[in-house]
Design a protein around this ligand. Structure first.
Ligand code: NAD
Length: 253
């Protein structure tokens, strides 16, 4: 067994937004490397659907599911308590849940901006705070966040989304500085254009135009991002903290 597999096998991993897209692929990859995974989704039905799908692949997978409101710290605490009851520890947190946005600022109603921040920023903060307390006790842990390429240069409409991902980068860099002394590494991945429901919901003309500008000449896949999460969670990345790793086929460059 290589160093990557050795350092993932048996680890307890929480993946938010784990029911589909990047998160679901990440859940599968960690399970395939012998991790125990708690996945979260926004609804109990989608969580159950994801669990059923995983059970179809392999009934031996050690996986459980939750649907907490991530913007509510008490629901996050409740979830982590259940993970601790089942597996006794938490080794890796992957803050991946997120919603995108393409509305013009002129179309924002009163709550829209706050809703994006609640899920994309407050949720990341809440999970990080609750899990860091557990990792601090263990004197080790890894927190990984899903940022975005738009956190580097913004986007033409849907300003709340890049704003939220700039905040994710800020949390990543600040928590890496604060939590390093407790043995906790904190990093983010900034995906490019990845073929998931989130991207399929966008105007195809916009996607095609963006794809033409990708140096590696293709959209990314959820596997591309999952692979990078696996590397950052493993001991191969034991001296990496505070990084915002672009996984984008070279778009940001
Ligand atoms: P997706 O829409 O396929 O999946 C989003 C996941 O987040 C789902 O599992 C959903 O259940 C969960 N989620 C959404 N709202 C939630 C809530 N309120 N509470 C709990 N869970 C919630 O999206 P995806 O493309 O797989 O995106 C995953 C992450 O990657 C997001 O943070 C997104 O911003 C980021 N990202 C995606 C792309 C891309 O091109 N797809 C690019 C850059 C960054």
């Amino acid at each position: 067994m290589n160093i990557l597999s050795q350092s993932i096998e048996g680890k307890v991993v929480i993946v938010t937004g784990g029911t589909r897209g990047i998160g679901f692929e990440t859940v599968k990859l960690f399970l395939n490397h012998g991790a125990k995974v708690a996945l979260c989704g926004s609804k109990q039905e989608t969580v159950q659907k994801a669990l059923n799908e995983l059970n179809k692949i392999d009934i031996k997978f050690d996986v459980i599911g939750f649907s907490p409101d991530l913007s509510n710290i008490n629901e996050v605490k409740d979830m982590t308590k259940k993970v601790l009851q089942k597996w006794g520890t938490i080794d890796v947190l992957i803050n991946n849940a997120g919603i995108s946005d393409s509305k013009s600022i002129y179309e924002y109603d009163d709550d829209h901006f706050a809703k994006i921040m609640d899920i994309n920023v407050q949720g990341v903060f809440n999970c990080s705070k609750v899990v860091a307390e557990i990792m601090k006790e263990n004197k080790k842990g890894v927190i990984l966040n899903t940022s975005s390429m738009v956190s580097i240069y913004g986007q033409k409409s849907g300003c709340g989304y890049p704003t939220s991902k700039f905040a994710v980068n800020g949390l990543t860099k600040s928590l890496a500085r604060e939590l390093g002394k407790d043995g906790i590494r904190v990093n983010a991945i900034a995906p490019g254009i990845i073929e998931t429901d989130m991207v399929k919901a966008l105007d195809p003309n916009i996607i095609n135009k963006m794809a033409q500008n990708i140096p590696l000449n293709r959209l990314g896949t959820p596997e591309d991002i999952a692979n990078a999460f696996l590397f950052l969670a493993s001991d191969l990345a034991s001296y990496i903290s505070g990084a915002i790793l672009s996984v984008d086929g070279g778009i940001v460059g």
